[in-house]
Design a protein around this ligand. Structure first.
Ligand code: FAD
Ligand code: NAP
Length: 525
């Protein structure tokens, strides 16, 4: 029977993993190389070796009701989109509430994880750690890797001829902390992921001119959507997931493009991507472009001593600094040959389990790039993994797992570990036995069922039933909109929203969909 679990990393994934182990009667020991919890979200003035690094101003782009752990809602008064310091506050509350700190060994780096000689019968691992220059080895029944995947800068200098002769300075976005030192400079930002967008906007308030170079463009979403609700609250619903299933990809893309272009025409702003792209969330980018402070440019063909020539032949001179906001690569040096990462790809069943192990006692937590928040995903992954470790859930055969992995690889665009929130959460939840049963909900608790189906697919939905059921889940779902509105109501005014018409609309849609739920919702049990 598995008991002792090594958890590698004390970031958000590590924290919820410790808790899931405890909930399932396992004995976790978490090893964290730095002196504190929080991983990436703990801002430091200088980047630290082996830990992800953020800039001072980072505000999360996933809203509080979508990013919280499923049995620990974020307090009403916290803003919907939190600054990194507030996120740390939430993680500290979570760690305190569930008394997690005593399971963490800080300033302790995991240097190797190897199968024990009798692995095929025991599934046990030798875990070697290093703390203050001293190495120690211990045996564990299971290992959960929560070491993050935004630590190693991807700096593709080979793709940028002439960079060696460029006389200005160049950096990776990981090294960016604040804009002041770029005051009155001319800066190029390469890449239009969320880092590239954020850096371009922030730098443009100080710099003389910012050029944002993108090879493929991007769809840009605003944090604030319909009626002022957070964009993920509006878009991440079971109703929309249902439409995505029944409509063709081109219909869905057309709908999304029309909606995005209604805010600003992406072609006019030089941003329109050729294909469906991982969207970038940025509230200010169009404002900075329309005011000329950010100029969108194509990919760079080559650097000169003083500037860059772009693929359309245009040239920008007197460039002082270049930021490569070109993303990250991941690796697991402590695992040596046990799991191979090739070109940022790793073969994991459901992005969690290596399929080739004789015993399923190794799990990767948080190694996904969701269209949505990572935290609840990491939590559900951990809940599934602890059940697999305990033998309560059996994984399919190696060849079946490989077939599933191959099928997923064929579907994935930019990020090799990209997942769609509702689809992926439901997939995990089916395996873990915690997917909400909508048909029975509609019959027994229609009010809740309406919010589960039409409302945001918040993490509490995965605590309504099955292992790890939480008695507060129903209330958390029915009060989620209050928690969204509460922090905004800092000046009392009358409420003019028409709840009745919204409810009527939803009821009509529910009636229209009645034929479908009867056929398919019963299978979601
Ligand atoms: P991390 O937070 O990176 O934590 C990993 C921990 O493992 C670290 O504390 C590290 O010190 C420790 N560690 C690593 N190796 C070892 C070892 N060998 N031994 C011991 N300890 C080790 N996600 C969202 O959902 N929403 C967002 O809005 C969002 N914004 C982001 C903004 C930026 C700038 C970046 C770069 C990422 C963002 N992400 C966002 C993704 C982010 O990765 C997750 O939010 C989250 O921090 C991942 O948590 P984690 O615990 O998996 O990894
Ligand atoms: P990213 O999403 O991987 O984006 C990397 C960008 O670099 C893409 O635009 C990519 O272009 C481009 N790129 C990569 N290689 C290139 C090359 N050789 N030549 C030209 N362009 C290249 O990385 P990121 O923006 O750093 O984001 C990492 C994670 O942090 C994501 O999860 C993101 O959501 C998160 N984040 C969140 C916030 C926030 O919450 N405020 C802020 C920053 C980051 P292609 O698309 O063409 O490949």
């Amino acid at each position: 029977m598995i008991k002792k679990i090594a958890v590698i990393g004390g970031g958000s994934s590590g924290l919820c993993t410790i808790k899931c182990c405890l909930d399932d009667g396992l004995e976790p020991t978490c090893f964290e190389r730095s002196e504190d919890i929080g991983g990436l979200w703990r801002f430091k003035k200088n980047p630290e070796e082996g830990r992800a690094s953020i800039y001072k101003s980072v505000i999360i782009n996933t809203s509080k009701e979508m990013m919280c752990f499923s049995d620990f809602p974020i307090p009403d008064e916290f803003p919907n989109y939190m600054h990194n310091s507030k996120i740390m506050e939430y993680f500290r509350m979570y760690a305190d509430h569930f008394d997690l700190l005593k399971y963490i060994r800080f300033k302790t780096t995991v240097v190797s994880v190897t199968k024990r000689p009798d692995f095929s019968s025991t599934g046990q691992w030798d875990v070697v750690t290093e703390s203050e220059g001293k190495q120690e080895s211990a045996v564990f029944d299971g290992v959960m890797v929560c070491s993050g995947h935004h630590t190693n800068a991807h700096l593709p200098l080979d793709s940028f001829p002439g960079i060696e002769k460029f006389k200005g300075r160049y950096y990776h976005s990981r090294d960016y902390k604040s804009p002041q030192e770029f005051s009155e400079k001319r800066v190029i930002v390469i890449g239009i992921g969320n880092s590239g967008g954020d850096l371009a906007v922030e730098l443009s308030h100080e710099a003389d001119q910012v050029f944002l170079s993108t090879r493929r463009g991007a769809w840009v979403l605003n944090r604030v959507e319909e009626q002022g609700y957070p964009v993920d609250i509006v878009l991440t619903t079971r109703l929309k997931a249902f439409f995505k299933q029944v409509l063709t990809t081109s219909m869905v893309n057309q709908w999304a493009e029309n909606r995005l272009n209604a805010r600003f025409n992406h072609a006019h702003y030089g941003l329109r991507p050729q294909h469906s792209q991982h969207p970038t969330i940025n509230d200010d980018l169009p404002n900075r472009i329309i005011s000329g402070k950010v100029l969108v440019k194509p990919n760079i063909r080559e650097f000169t001593e003083t500037g860059a020539i772009f693929e359309d032949g245009t040239r920008e001179e007197d460039i002082d600094a270049v930021f490569f906001a070109t993303g990250y690569s991941f690796s697991f040096p402590f695992l040596q040959d046990c799991v191979k990462v090739v070109e940022n790809q790793v073969s994991l069943y459901k992005f969690i389990f290596p399929p080739h192990l004789e015993k399923p006692t190794l799990a990767f937590i948080g190694l996904v790039q969701p269209l949505g928040a990572i935290m609840p995903i990491a939590e559900l992954q951990s809940r599934l993994a602890t059940q697999v470790f305990k033998g309560l859930i059996r994984l399919p055969t190696e060849s079946d797992m490989m077939a599933d992995i191959t099928q997923k690889k064929d579907e994935i665009p930019r990020h090799t570990i990209q997942v769609d929130y509702v689809e992926y959460m439901d997939e995990l939840a089916c395996l873990a036995g915690v997917k909400p049963n909508l048909l029975s909900l509609f019959l027994t608790d229609p009010k809740l069922a309406m919010e589960v189906f039409f409302g945001p697919c918040t993490p509490y939905q995965y605590r309504l039933r099955g292992p790890g059921k939480w008695s507060g889940a129903r209330k958390a779902i029915l009060t989620q909109r209050e928690r969204i509105i509460k922090p905004l109501k800092t000046r009392p005014v009358g409420d003019y929203t028409h709840h009745t018409s919204v409810l009527l609309g939803q009821t009509l849609t529910a009636l229209l969909l009645v034929a479908w739920p009867l056929a398919s919702l019963g299978t979601s049990a």
